[in-house]
Design a protein around this ligand. Structure first.
Ligand SMILES: Cc1cc2nc3c(=O)[nH]c(=O)nc-3n(C[C@H](O)[C@H](O)[C@H](O)COP(=O)(O)O)c2cc1C
Length: 379
């Protein structure tokens, strides 16, 4: 089966199998952006079941772009914590990839301070209670690109095998690409080509900071659910340009790899939605076609079994990222590998007090998981 075969990436690194732990924020880091032991253990135990690679939770690149209490890759003070994280992620010899992000208009005022929020344009997110950000100046945009490059350098120094730019899920890089969030008329917005400038500049800066021998990945949301959002045709163009930068992989962020549902900016969105919410072409297949082997394609969303993994591979994926399945069962991959899928835990137990210890999930993460009904299955 393809899922268990190794894959050589453009940079020369080899992933031993096609299974990757998806980026999973724990919301449990220290206030200074360093990782506590229980966050390291969450990762270590899951990576130990034999994943080809683990992607970290998203690390903020700038203090004024934090969206939750997660890890940081913003300055030298984060180096030793990042080093410990990379070690934990290599528990079974898999590759360690640091995901990096900036929150832009969905940063959290409680973490960054009131009135500090900056974004491509002064347009509030659709999230309930969202505050209107300030439009960034050209200098601030250049500085943010430099912060992504700095985070990539920190990852290299901390011993990571590579970095993934979080260009998906409505964070700042996605915002620059979105005609809803980005209403600029300068170099950074206006036409589709200009809305690509920020994502491409970040990808290039990260590749330059890493050098040619480390993994450079990029995560993309293939289309927006909202009627005035960008379409699959637009994100295909972005993938085409990203692949030309010799990235190692492009990751497609979906709720479910089969249904190709767009990830809406808010789950309680009431406004007009795109009429054809499921495009004729699956985004994984569409991306694989346009990338045409220049970079690997990573799929995610609803992968719960080996059959799912092979299904995503048939659609065009080279790698599959697994999220919620590995949150609820830390030994998920070992059970898949030994054909013991019947023993996989399909949800979090009802006994809330026991979850943290039994499953090595930091208590704050347990709270966060249970705060969104229907997000994580319960037994
Ligand atoms: C608790 C939790 C935290 C997440 N944190 C991140 C993150 O930091 N970065 C990111 O790109 N996606 C994040 N995601 C999205 C997952 O990486 C994944 O794309 C999504 O859960 C769908 O895959 P799944 O059905 O296998 O869970 C998170 C998902 C969950 C459940």
């Amino acid at each position: 089966m393809v899922a268990w075969s190794p894959l050589r990436l453009n940079c020369g690194r080899v992933i031993a199998n096609r299974f990757v732990i998806a980026p999973l924020t724990t919301d449990s880091s220290h206030e200074d952006g360093t990782a506590p032991e229980n966050e390291l253990e969450f990762v270590r135990r899951r990576a130990a079941s034999g994943f080809g690679a683990t992607i970290s939770s998203a690390a903020y690149v700038a203090q004024d772009g934090r969206s939750w209490q997660g890890i940081g890759a913003a300055h030298d003070g984060h180096l030793s914590s990042l080093h410990r994280l990379a070690e934990a992620m290599r528990a079974a010899g898999g590759l360690a990839i640091l995901q990096i992000y900036d929150g832009g208009r969905i940063s959290k005022p409680e973490l960054i301070g009131e009135g500090v929020m900056r974004a491509p344009s002064a347009v509030a997110s659709l999230r309930p209670g969202a505050k209107t950000p300030r439009a960034m100046t050209s200098d601030e945009i250049e500085n943010l690109i430099a912060s992504f490059a700095n985070a990539a350098s920190l990852a290299r120094k901390a011993g990571f095998d590579g970095v993934e730019v979080h260009g998906a899920n409505h964070y700042a890089v996605h915002q620059f690409f979105s005609p809803r969030a980005n209403q600029r008329t300068d170099h950074w917005g206006g036409t589709l080509a200009k809305r690509m400038n920020f994502p491409l500049a970040v990808a290039q800066a990260v590749r330059d900071a890493l050098g040619p021998k480390l993994i450079a990945g990029f995560r993309v949301t293939p289309f927006e659910a909202e009627a005035d959002g960008y379409k699959l045709e637009d994100s295909k163009q972005l993938c085409n340009e990203l692949a030309a930068l010799n990235l190692d992989y492009i990751s497609v962020s979906l709720d479910d790899y089969r249904n190709s549902r767009p990830v809406g900016e808010t789950r309680v969105y009431q406004g007009p939605v795109e009429k054809v919410s499921t495009p004729a072409e699956n985004p994984i297949t569409a991306f694989a076609r346009i990338i045409a082997g220049r970079s690997a394609v990573m799929a995610s969303g609803g992968i719960k079994s080996c059959v799912d993994a092979e299904g995503a591979i048939k659609l065009g994926a080279d790698l599959v990222a697994v999220g919620r399945a590995v949150v609820v069962d830390p030994e998920w991959l070992a059970k898949v590998r030994s054909n013991s899928e019947a023993s996989i835990l399909a949800g979090l137990p009802q006994d809330e007090l026991g979850i943290a210890d039994a499953l090595s999930i930091p208590p704050r993460m347990v709270e966060y998981l249970l705060s969104r009904p229907g997000w994580i299955p319960r037994l």
